[in-house]
Ligand binder design. Structure first.
Ligand code: GLA
Length: 382
């Protein structure tokens, strides 16, 4: 049974008296290049994955939202008018945060019953949170009979994460979940919020390797990096680090204290690498694309300091394989996944060697997955 059918079936079982549900899906994302650039109003290149979160929903005649998670068999409910709502540090925060953000954004919701389930493993670095947020947003809007532009959905879901969940994340994940396009990556300008779909070339595969570690520093360090960037931009007298080019930075780097200089150098060089990678993709120069990915990893490791031993090892194991154009850590860092650009014919060898070598060195069994770039959020017809 598909995941969409499973949430619909569970809905009928739990809330059967309340009418047939509608079902919405929203995908996770991979990011080919452009890490920690989104909140600096820079450039990123994500693609939506074929793994997604699903929400079955029907409206209720009150202002209560009840959500069942099929994955952990837990129910959570809240009142849309609860003005003192606070996060609980659990999965339900994403749904409640989204409901509050939608209402604050002018969408008058109705009470609703939901069943959610996700193929995107929590904490795996494939943005399970954005998938759940966007699926919930679409479901809550649908139950209230409202339509919203995808950009409004992406922004309000980001707001939920920033204000209710408490992570000051950028817009990349929610944008990818809303705007993903089959067979394409999105070259997104995080200032104008305009994107261009770039086809993933024939004959290569995007392979994601989950290190199976998530270091607890992730949340706090993320917000700290963002604060560092804002401070560096302030000292350089610009609105965001996006406004400083590589040449200007080479001249002015001394204006920053040592740590901020390295943080800024990562962001500024990473923005340049996204541009190089986009040009390489257009020219079908996968070698150049892969080199930019490798450089991205080194910069995240050395200047931005968001990698960890397991990510360094996994990226290196990938990089050493024949037929691998590039490998790097992906997402916020301190654990989660690497992303690898692999020749189709080299995928089998990659799966045969990389996990075994990683397990030998760390004692951890990694999870590998070939990602198909997919469409953004949609309603599912069952
Ligand atoms: C997380 C955030 C994104 C982005 C990445 C790092 O995934 O949610 O907004 O900042 O980290 O590139």
């Amino acid at each position: 049974m598909t995941r969409a059918a499973a949430v619909a079936e569970e809905f009928e079982r739990r809330f059967g008296g309340e009418g047939r549900p509608r079902v919405f899906r929203a995908p996770g994302r991979v990011n080919l290049i452009g890490e920690h650039t989104d909140y600096n109003e820079g450039f990123v290149m994500p693609a939506a994955t074929d793994l997604a979160a699903f929400a079955a929903v029907a409206a209720a005649d009150d202002r209560r939202v009840s959500v069942v998670s099929l994955d952990i068999n837990e129910e959570f409910s809240f009142d849309l008018d609860d003005a003192d709502a606070e996060r609980r540090g659990e999965w339900g925060d994403y749904v409640q945060g989204v409901a509050l953000a939608l209402e604050a954004g002018g969408f008058r919701l109705r009470g609703a019953r939901l069943v959610v389930s996700s193929e995107v493993t929590m904490g795996s670095g494939l943005s399970s949170s954005a998938a759940l947020e966007v699926a919930s947003a679409r479901a809550l809007l649908g139950a209230a009979g409202l339509e919203a532009e995808p950009l409004a959905v992406a922004r309000l879901c980001q707001r939920a994460e920033n204000e209710f969940v408490g992570v000051r994340s950028g817009i990349m994940d929610q944008y990818a979940a809303c705007f993903g396009r089959e067979g394409h990556a999105l070259l997104l300008d995080c200032r104008s919020l305009e994107s261009r779909a770039l086809p993933v070339p024939e004959g290569v595969r995007i392979v994601v390797c989950n290190t199976m570690v998530k270091h607890s520093l992730a949340g706090g360090e993320y917000n700290r990096r963002r604060a560092d960037c804002e401070e560096a931009a302030r000292l350089l007298g610009v609105r965001a680090l996006r406004d400083v080019g590589a040449e200007e930075f080479a001249r002015r780097a001394d204006e920053l204290p040592e740590r901020l200089r390295r943080r800024a150098r990562h962001v500024i060089t990473e923005n340049a690498r996204v541009g190089e990678a986009a040009a390489a993709l257009t020219a079908s120069d996968l070698g150049a694309f892969g080199r930019a990915m490798n450089e991205s990893h080194f910069s995240l490791r050395d200047d931005y300091e968001v990698s960890c031993a397991e990510l360094d090892l996994m990226a290196e194991l990938g990089r050493r394989r024949p037929g691998v154009h590039g490998a790097r850590m992906m997402g916020g860092g301190f654990g989660g996944c690497t992303v690898n650009l692999v020749e189709e014919g080299a995928v089998e060898g990659f799966f045969g060697e990389v996990p075994a070598a990683y397990e030998r060195e760390t004692g951890l069994k990694p999870a590998l997955y070939v990602c198909r770039a997919s469409e953004g959020a949609s309603e599912v017809t069952l």
